[in-house]
Design a binder for this molecule. Structure first.
Ligand code: AMP
Ligand code: ZN
Ligand code: FE
Ligand code: FE
Length: 282
């Protein structure tokens, strides 16, 4: 059980716990250092910080997860210690969230054409006010009985290479890394185990400013962790990680704190972020 978890979602994107409820769980699990990394939004941060005020032993840092598509693969980039008050950054995030709506609608259309009609209003309702995404579509499919398990939606239909998948608008992973750097954040490659040609991706993202990669992650086994740790060392990247907790309640889901890196990693991320802030503001 680690005391650190650098990858957590809330109801502001596709997680099922509100930011205050996630903080309560982190406190209950005796975590010391967490990052909230919702998809394309930082709206969970203020309520999380407010909830964490009465728990000074817990540090909650500003995070984000940006997603990009490359041929055959998805590349997700995490950002830590981002300046979430930057107005240009917030405008971009808003445009990413808006394009998520169109993309989800297109996936719903494709599913309809495949004989699995969904009510768009229901999908919107499941997503609530946060960033809409495939898990919300998956839940609507589950409700309609088109699948018997949440995971099946991804395995059969809306996974990266599934028949109802719709790509995001073009944003390269390099651009995502640069964007995080521009707002003073530390950019980290998320869940890299399934990325093809990972070494090429690492070389290119490193040149764009990548500072770390997830080595410890959800269900990664010891062999995978060892392979990724060796790559992190080779490319001089911080070995980060977390549970990618969404509170889905599925049997294999890892709880906050069960897949994090050692505490020195958090300290190095903080030091890097401070260096970047100094050079950013002079
Ligand atoms: P989106 O942001 O709409 O592309 O959806 C991505 C999210 O869907 C991820 O952050 C996960 O929460 C979820 N997801 C992606 N692939 C899978 C999968 N194979 N099984 C379960 N959830 C998945
Ligand atoms: Zn997610
Ligand atoms: Fe991800
Ligand atoms: Fe995630």
């Amino acid at each position: 059980m680690a005391e650190i978890d650098l990858h957590l979602h809330t109801t502001e994107s596709d997680g099922k716990l509100t930011p205050p409820d996630l903080i309560a769980l982190a406190v209950q699990r005796e975590l010391k250092f967490i990052a909230i990394t919702d998809h394309d939004t930082t709206d969970g941060l203020d309520p999380a910080w407010k909830a964490a005020m009465s728990s000074p032993q817990l540090t909650v840092i500003a995070g984000i997860e940006l997603s990009t598509d490359i041929p055959g693969n998805e590349i997700h980039v995490l950002g830590y210690y981002i300046d979430h008050r930057d107005t240009n950054f917030q405008m971009l995030l808003q445009s990413f969230r808006e394009s998520r709506v169109g993309r989800a609608q297109k996936m719903v259309e494709k599913l309809g054409e495949m004989g699995m009609p969904l009510e768009w209003t229901r999908v919107r309702e499941i997503a609530g006010r946060g960033s809409i995404g495939r898990p919300h579509v998956a839940q609507a499919m589950l409700e309609r009985g088109y699948i018997s398990q949440f995971q099946e939606a991804f395995e059969k239909y809306i996974g990266r290479n599934g028949p109802a998948y719709v790509e995001r608008e073009k944003q390269t992973p390099e651009a995502a890394v640069q964007l995080i750097g521009e707002v003073g954040g530390v950019a980290v490659l998320a869940h890299p185990a399934q990325v093809d040609n990972l070494e090429n991706v690492l070389t290119s993202l490193k040149a764009a400013g990548l500072k770390g990669m997830e080595v410890h992650y959800a269900q990664y086994d010891a062999e995978t962790v060892a392979r990724l740790a060796a790559l992190a060392e080779k490319y001089d990247l911080l070995p980060c990680g977390g549970s990618d907790y969404h509170a889905l309640g599925t049997p294999t889901e890892r709880l906050p704190g069960t897949a994090g890196p050692p505490m020195w990693v958090a300290e190095e991320i903080r030091d890097l972020a401070m260096e970047q802030q100094y050079s950013r503001f002079g």
